[in-house]
Design a protein around this ligand. Structure first.
Ligand code: NAP
Length: 325
């Protein structure tokens, strides 16, 4: 989508407000903003008022307070859990800000559709930042598969929620995505690299007795008849002990095998390492956001969210043991 007017200020760096100062904002966004040097981090929103580690930039309790106090901000990066993201994104767009949103970009498909429409109406850049796609190994896999016939894909995305999301109760609350919070990263890679779309045919979803969202999900996806993609399976598990696995194994009809491992940061082709880069996904995200603003464009993709929603529509639901941190 191209917007009629480019969105960068004529002097100085574009100013950015960071909304939601949790794990991902601190671990990735703040270091990437500093390392790329393309934005000035001008303010943060932290509902509990804790802004440690932000270099003393102004801190507000809500985005509304930030927008009222600093109306000249150019852009927002929204790093909250998904349930509140639609309201914050619409508020920012209506205030004339360009918006980068963390994955998943919205809690529902209707909200997703609305924020895309609102960005277009406001003529502002919107980036749905599927961070796993910003690995060079993912782009390399996409290029290698562009003219291939894919026989099968097996996604194994298994991690220990207690280790990676300690105490994040929102993940298990309605609208928090459960194991699809990491799983949607695999689906963002899948939808980027496959030469044809796939559709969820069946799913099994395990929800702890005391929670709202799945702790395990197993999906089977297939392409339309005649498309160059065979069966795709995904196994998402939040109770993995020992080795943690974020891998996608792809077999093509000509007998080749591509393994995207470590969350898509490494590519192995027929058993031989083909690409491995240190994790710099977020620096690429900020460069892409800056470029989109410069070009007056947006980058909006809801396909991974559609697959999660479809799994919830066609899935068989099972109640499993209660989950406690
Ligand atoms: P988190 O540590 O729980 O942080 C979320 C932050 O958002 C908290 O500081 C929370 O503040 C704040 N917040 C909640 N509602 C808000 C509102 N209305 N306005 C402003 N701030 C608000 O969660 P996270 O791990 O950073 O994850 C956030 C998002 O990033 C999720 O969608 C996740 O999928 C994505 N992500 C996470 C990771 C990761 O490794 N953790 C990686 C990639 C992407 P309070 O605590 O004060 O409520």
């Amino acid at each position: 989508m191209t917007l009629p007017t480019p969105g960068l200020p004529t002097t100085g760096l574009p100013t950015l407000g960071l909304v939601g100062l949790g794990k991902i904002a601190r671990d990735q966004h703040i270091p990437a903003i500093a390392a790329t040097g393309l934005f000035e981090l001008a303010a943060v929103v932290s509902p509990d008022g804790d802004s440690a580690g932000t270099g003393g930039v102004p801190c507000f309790r809500s985005q509304a307070e930030m927008l009222a106090a600093l109306p000249g901000l150019d852009a927002m990066a929204i790093c909250t859990p998904p349930a509140v993201r639609h309201g914050l994104t619409v508020e920012a767009l209506r205030a004339g800000k360009h918006v980068l949103i963390e994955k998943p970009p919205a809690a529902t498909l209707s909200e997703m559709q609305d924020i895309a429409a609102q960005a277009q109406a406001a003529r502002r850049t919107l980036l749905t930042a599927w961070h796993s796609r910003f690995n060079p190994a993912v782009e390399e896999a996409r290029q290698r598969l562009a003219d291939a016939t894919v026989r099968s894909v097996a996604i194994t995305w298994k991690e220990d929620v207690r280790r990676w999301h300690p105490g994040q109760d929102w993940i298990f609350a309605a609208g928090g995505f459960g194991v699809f919070d990491p799983g949607i990263n695999a689906l963002s890679i899948l939808t980027a690299v496959l030469p044809a779309p796939v559709f969820v045919r069946s799913a099994e979803l395990h929800v702890p007795a005391n929670r709202d969202t799945p702790i395990r999900a197993m999906l089977e996806m297939r392409a339309a008849p005649g498309a160059p993609v065979g069966v795709v399976t995904a196994d998402f598990d939040f109770l993995q002990q020992g080795e943690q696995t974020w891998s996608i194994a792809i077999e093509t009809a000509d007998g080749s095998r591509l393994d995207l491992t470590h969350g898509g940061t490494r590519l192995i082709v027929d058993g031989v390492p083909a690409m491995a880069e240190p994790d710099s996904e977020y620096q690429r995200i900020y460069r892409h956001f800056h470029r989109l603003m410069l070009d007056g464009a947006s980058d909006i993709d809801a396909r991974p969210l559609h697959l999660v929603a479809d799994a919830c529509l066609v899935g068989r639901w099972r109640t499993t043991d209660a989950f406690h941190w």
